[in-house]
Design a protein around this ligand. Structure first.
Ligand code: NAD
Length: 430
């Protein structure tokens, strides 16, 4: 009931999609599978997760009551390397959402050509209002209960919605108590605990690199662009800062509290100062005007970056999106119905599968550094990130143009093809 209420606000523009993320990913997977002409009897092997762990996390919170949360770790496919994927703490986390996100990680690591499989985890907890000590107990308890399937050569968690470098530090510490100091067991750690330079900004920076690639192709000058961002957490706020470095103008931002707009432009650094450092509400930022959340979708801009939850772009707002390009920072932000609307309207979509891969790419660099107990400087990390993102965009664009596909279709086809090839070569099936 609570979930339905959250998904059905009065303004249909602001609701989340009625199709589940699992249905969205299944749709794209099936289409890729069929286009590749793969055999029907093997489809299930690559669609279903290899392993699903579901645990109970009972915690007595400061309200004096015992709360029983549910934690998940889903390992979708490990043919190309250890499982890899984020840990999400959000009240709407459920097993199907985690399954969808785990499968996305399998195809994402394959398209970016990094040697990982795909996984995802999460806890159905609302972190707002929780004390740090309570979050720490939840993170440690989850790690304790899934410890047997985690490890630097098995499965390597990272931050996602509601989790951050601090959460990874607690998880690393808990894993270390059970198995000995092993920094490579999680990525996205703080710099003081063998985290990588550039990891925190990597997903946002990667999205902006993808925008630069799309802009070059479309003849757009990034310095002359206006943009909007939905979600001002890790991904959204780093998109805003990296776009500012290019000289682009931020004209509207939305988060879970509402939306703001300024035609003169919103200073990303000052907004970070207000929200992340000062703990202020986005809607109370003094240098922009508060607007209705639904109106956010109609703010004219060159590029829109969804960087919040899945299912935010659907048939009730895709027709009114006033952008030329959409770069998906979030996972699964767009339903397949919305995809068709955007294509008909000529909006150029850089899909999540490649657009937000920067996080897992630098997570890969962090894991490599940890295994060697070595550290690269930030410029080196950013250069390597750029080169992987550019190569990935180029490969997907080439296939899309060659075969008459959208970037999303081409990305799924490349991802599925590489995973199937790795499985065949291992001898899992012929
Ligand atoms: P975060 O928790 O740091 O930030 C989430 C943001 O979304 C917050 O600003 C929150 O207010 C906003 N939000 C929540 N509900 C909203 C709503 N209904 N409307 C508008 N805004 C809303 O999370 P994050 O790490 O920035 O992740 C954001 C998205 O990017 C997710 O889809 C995640 O899976 C994806 N992603 C994250 C990473 C990463 O490295 N963190 C990597 C790849 C993809």
């Amino acid at each position: 009931m609570a979930t339905e209420a959250l998904r059905e606000p009065a303004d249909p523009r602001t609701r989340r999609a009625r199709v589940s993320e699992l249905e969205v990913v299944r749709h794209h997977f099936d289409r890729a599978w069929d286009s590749l002409g793969l055999s029907d009897d093997a489809r299930q092997i690559f669609w279903e997760p290899y392993r699903e762990v579901s645990v109970q996390i009972p915690i007595k919170l400061s309200d004096g009551a015992m709360h029983v949360f549910h934690g998940f770790r889903i390992q979708h496919n490990g043919a190309r390397g250890p499982y890899k994927g984020g840990m999400r703490f959000h009240p709407e986390v459920d097993i199907d959402e985690v399954r969808a996100l785990a499968s996305m990680m399998t195809w994402k690591t394959a398209v970016a050509s990094i040697p990982f499989g795909g996984a995802k985890g999460g806890v159905n907890v609302d972190t707002r209002g929780l004390k740090e000590e309570e979050l720490q107990r939840i993170a440690r308890s989850l790690l304790d209960k899934i410890d047997k399937v985690i490890g630097p050569n098995r499965d390597i968690p990272a931050p996602d919605i509601g989790t951050n470098a601090q959460t990874m530090a607690w998880m690393m510490d808990e894993y270390g108590k059970l198995n000995g100091h092993t920094p490579a067991c999680v990525t996205g750690k703080p710099i003081s605990l063998e985290g990588s330079y550039g990891r925190e900004a990597a997903t946002g920076r990667g999205c902006v690199i993808m925008f630069e690639e799309a802009a070059a192709r479309l003849g757009i000058d990034p310095a002359e662009t206006t943009f909007t961002v939905q979600g001002f957490g890790n991904v959204g706020s780093w998109i805003a800062r990296a776009m500012r470095e290019l000289g682009a103008k931020l004209v509207a931002v939305a988060d879970q509290d509402g939306a703001i707009r300024s035609e003169a432009g919103i200073d990303a650094d000052r907004l970070v100062e207000h929200v992340h450092v000062g703990g202020g509400k986005l809607t109370e930022y003094p240098e922009a005007e508060e607007i209705e959340t639904g109106d956010f979708y109609e703010v004219p801009c060159d590029v829109f970056f969804p960087a919040a939850l899945g299912g935010m772009v659907h048939e009730d707002n895709a027709p009114i999106l006033a952008c030329r390009v959409m770069v998906e920072g979030a996972n699964n932000p767009t339903t397949f119905a919305a995809d068709e609307i955007l294509a008909d309207r000529g909006i150029y979509v850089v899909p999540d599968l490649i657009a937000n891969a920067g996080g897992v790419v630098v997570s890969y660099f962090e894991w490599v550094q940890n295994l060697q107990h070595f550290r690269w400087e930030e410029p080196a990390v950013n250069d390597m990130l750029r080169s992987v993102m550019k190569r990935t965009f180029g490969e997907v664009l080439h296939r899309a143009e060659r075969d008459g596909r959208s970037l999303r279709e081409a990305a799924f086809e490349i991802g599925v093809d590489r995973v199937v090839e790795a499985s065949r070569t291992r001898g899992y099936f012929s």
